[in-house]
Structure formats: structure tokens, C-alpha cells
Design a protein around this ligand. Sequence first.
Ligand code: SF4
Length: 293
Amino acid sequence: MLQQTTVATVKPRFRRFIERWPTVEALAAAPDEEVLSEWAGLGYYARARNLIACARQVAARGSFPSTEVELRKLPGLGAYTAAAVAAIVFGERAVVVDTNVARVVARYHGIGQTLHECFDEIRKLTGDMTPSERPGDFAQAMMDLGATICRPKQPDCAICPLSADCRAYASGAPEDFPATKKKLERPHRHGLAWWIERGGAIWLVRRPAKGMLGGMAALPGPEWGDEVPAGPSHAIVAHGFTHFTLDLYVTRRTEPVGDGWWQPIDRLAEAGLPTLYAKAAQAMLSRKEDLAA
Ligand code: SF4
């Protein structure tokens, strides 16, 4: 849950999730739709889909694998997570490199390229630094050092335990290491969503399992594209995804489309709409209130 999401946002959601599915077996047995609904609003829904698939694999084999190589085979576990679990939980001397660790290592060794350009070198250097004794504690210490002392801006070198041998510190400009990648402009896309309302309920559909917001509840509508949809719209919702921004044009329609269900408006919060569609629904409902006022 914490991937790309702040601790403050995750805290209450994590508690609720764990209360609802306290064991791997319970999560493995849960229907996809319920887990995805519980995840609604947290974004990056591939994480939820991977979590379900991972829980099912672990439940089927009876326990978590205990090595980095085997952990890496589970759905959703990338190089970093597999190494972190192997080191922290199972004490394996795995090389754990997240962004914080990479920054510390790049600065310590005075590497001035972007992390993207020198990641293999950083990984090798981190491997050289990783001890056989308590590799999990070492990994967590490095992560904490990067998060709290060797911060991206204004690193607190005066209290850093690595300062005596740190090349970036010795250069007098530690912030210059590593180089930062230029931010690329995100492309902009347009989408259309239909607001189909009848008898105090809204017609919702489930998005295809693969692709953006895969498996999530949604307002129906065609694929998003580069063109502004033709015709009038009743609300326009701006939303930012990691790789593009989107304007979603919401327009009324009378007949339901696709496989879906009628969701009572007074229970819309239970539908598990991701933020984009929750914003669209909010825009349409407040518009209705304005007209009624
Ligand atoms: S001395 Fe400064 S730049 Fe070097 S690792 Fe410590 S906090 Fe980072």
C-alpha cells in the first residue's frame, strides 16, 4: 500500500484491510471485487490485483517462500520487495536497494550520474557494503538513513554516521549527488463517461481486468483517447495518472450500456469507485444539488 502512497493515507486503510482479511488464507478466499473495492481511492490498482494473486499462490503452497529467488516468483514482488523480505524476515544476505538506499550509496561513493544511469553500479556497491551479519537490520538502517538524514534536499551531514568517508559530503555540495532526471511532460488524454441514472440509482460497470484501473467499478464509457469527445458534457473532471493526465467528460445518457449493475446513489460510497470516477460522480451529484437549490 505504501508504494507511491503516503503513510498518512495508508494508515487507516491498512488497519481496515487487515481487520477484514487478517490472514493470507482469508485474503486468498476473498472475491476480487471486494478486495478491489476496499482498495478504491488508493490508486495503482495493479497492486491490489497482484496482492490477491500472491495471497492465492502462498495459500496454495502453504507458506511464504523463504529465499529471494523464490520470493521473486510471486506476483507483484519485484527485485526490491523480494530482497527486502528475504533480508528482513529471513536474514538472507540479499541486496536491498530502494530510492533512499540508492541515494545514500550514490552520495557516499560520489556518483554524479542519475540513479537510472548508474543503478547497476549502485546495486553492486550496495552489495559490497551489505554485511553477512544482520543484513535485514543493515537494509532498514540504510533506508532510514536515506529517509531521515540523507534526504534529497538538505541532507543533515553533521549527524550522519557516514560523513567521515562520504565523497559527496567532501565535495561540499552533497545535494548535487546523484544527478536528478529532468521531468518529462506527461501526455494529455481525453475520456468520456456516461452518467445513467434511474430511480435513485446509477449504472456502473466493471472495467476490463487488464489495463488502467483494471477490474475496478466505473462509470461506463468508451476507451480514452487523444480527441476531445464530441457533444455536450455535464461535467469535466481533471485527473492525473503517473504517465498521463486526463480530462474526463461526463455526459448523461438514458439507457444502460454493457454488463453492469444499478448502484443506489445513497450507497455509492460502497461501490468501490476509484478516485477518478468518485470525482466524476461527485461532480454530477453536486451539479444536481445546485440545480435543485
Ligand atoms: S554525509 Fe551527507 S551526503 Fe553523505 S551519506 Fe551522510 S547525509 Fe548523505
